[in-house]
Design a protein around this ligand. Structure first.
Ligand SMILES: Cc1ncc(COP(=O)(O)O)c(C=O)c1O
Length: 462
């Protein structure tokens, strides 16, 4: 069917009659456009190559399919392309094929995880998948979880739950303990919770970027003298700058001794709990009250995809249930809008479910192992005479030339990022404790050893 046969009126919505040929034509065209764009990375690299994209706003009359496809192409051409092997800047890997399909199905389904009536199969799917994850990480029968649109929201769900269940839901003197290397989203969480940065107590890290247990103990004693009420301690399983892992076992013992909620921010490393890859602390994650797992960050589940798993589902219910007066409820089935801060929510669980099932546990392990292997290869071969390396057990490496004064790190990293970009390598330059670093995130399955050798060659000269 040619494009001009597509009658706009017929394609406002899918039809419940016939075979939706018009829609199929459009979807085919969209698929082709997307796949063409993926392969343009070979020629153009990871960065946008067409700066002519115009943000045209809706006009009086609707646009034609041709107009829109022209603009879609322009939008794609002016986008970051994560499938290129030089895309190594952030925790944004190439999209998993079955997750792309899952997003399409979820969009067409347009069900709403607010309530069972609006999403019967996906409500059950999300509940079951969270339960499966919870059991895989060693939680017991009362465990479960809730999906959210990103790691920040999963962390927020956890902290609100911890505070509420500690009876400190409206106490302005309640504090949260995190390491000084924890993610910046905790600052947002604290603000959203009506607190401020004085309620966020930072624990020092050691020279590997892990929470210092002596400092944690000292801080706890200080908090108690100052009558600060701790509603949670966060252990990070994979820090953003160097992939460090806090000593989860020691922290969990302290939390148990003092009856404090332990939340693990496993946005980066939590997914390793599905595998047998030996990662520090991974066997102890079941000692936490809650853990964030954010499969969008390494294995390529398309954004956004994040889970909060809790050891006891009733803590989520206690915290978020309002009775949802305009929605009916089914016996024993909890409306999922009653288990977290989000109300209406798309069926993001579909792309997670399809992605994981397509990979299987072996495929998940393969992707994660390959990211560690790439990191190991990079570290093994980078010049240790030239560079100071900051890394941990996961797939993230930050580095700087040895002896580079703090004041020069801004200029050096900016110059280097620009230079590497000319060779189609996209690295990031996070600022941490007043200093800029060059950072490579080895989560791109399309990157092989010869690409890394090429990157190392470009780093050899500085
Ligand atoms: C350790 C850690 N926690 C939380 C987050 C926030 O995740 P999101 O961007 O999905 O909200 C990030 C983001 O990179 C992170 O690295």
């Amino acid at each position: 069917m040619t494009e001009d046969l597509i009658n706009k009126k017929d394609i406002y919505f899918p039809s419940y009659l016939g075979t939706n040929e018009n829609l199929i034509t459009l979807l085919n065209r969209a698929t082709r456009t997307l796949c063409n764009w993926f392969s343009k990375a070979e020629k153009y690299g990871p960065l946008p190559f067409d700066e002519n994209f115009k943000c045209i706003m809706p006009e009086e009359n609707g646009n034609s399919a041709d107009d829109l496809f022209f603009d879609i192409e322009s939008l794609l051409n002016n986008s970051y392309n994560p499938v290129h092997p030089g895309s190594l800047a952030h925790l944004d890997p190439p999209p998993l094929i079955f997750s792309i399909l899952g997003d399409l199905i979820a969009a067409g389904l347009n069900n709403n995880l607010l309530a069972y009536d609006l999403s019967p199969s996906v409500t059950l799917l999300e509940e079951s998948l969270c339960k499966w994850f919870a059991e895989k990480i060693g939680f017991n029968d009362s465990s479960g979880g809730i999906a959210a649109s990103g790691g920040t929201l999963s962390n927020l769900n956890a902290l609100i739950t911890a505070r509420y269940n500690a009876g400190l839901g409206s106490d302005p003197n309640s504090v949260l303990l995190i390491s000084e290397d924890a993610h910046s989203s905790f600052i947002k969480c604290i603000r959203i919770m009506g607190l401020n940065e004085s309620n966020l107590v930072r624990i020092k890290t050691d020279n590997k970027g892990c929470m210092d247990i002596q400092n944690l103990r000292k801080t706890l004693d200080k908090c108690s003298i100052e009558n600060k009420k701790i509603f949670a301690i966060v252990a990070t399983l994979g820090t953003t700058i160097r992939g460090a892992i806090d000593p989860i076992n020691d922290i969990s013992e302290i939390c148990k001794e003092r009856n404090i909620w332990l939340h693990i921010d496993g946005s980066i490393g939590g997914i390793f709990a599905l595998t047998s890859i030996p990662i520090d602390g991974i066997n102890n994650v079941n000692k936490a009250n809650s853990i964030t797992i954010n499969p969008q960050k390494i294995i390529g589940i398309t954004k956004t995809s994040s889970l909060l798993l809790v050891s006891n589902m009733s803590t989520l219910e206690n915290t978020f249930s309002t009775g949802l007066p305009y929605i009916s409820s089914k016996n024993k089935i909890i409306n999922r809008g009653e288990l977290g801060v989000q109300g209406s929510r798309p069926a993001e669980v579909i792309k997670l479910w399809l992605g994981l099932r397509y990979l299987g546990l072996k495929g998940i392990e393969d992707i994660l192992k390959s990211s560690i292997n790439r990191k190991d290869f990079f570290i093994k071969n980078i010049s240790k005479d030239k560079y100071e390396i900051y890394s941990g057990p996961l797939h993230i490496v930050s580095f700087l030339p040895k002896g580079l004064p703090k004041k020069d790190t801004d200029f050096w990293t900016q110059t280097k990022v620009n230079e590497l970009m000319k060779n189609n390598f996209m690295l990031s330059r996070p600022k941490f404790k007043g200093k800029y670093y060059l950072r490579v995130v080895m989560g791109n399955y399309n990157t092989n050893e010869s690409h890394i050798e090429e990157l190392l060659k470009s780093l050899d000269v500085y």
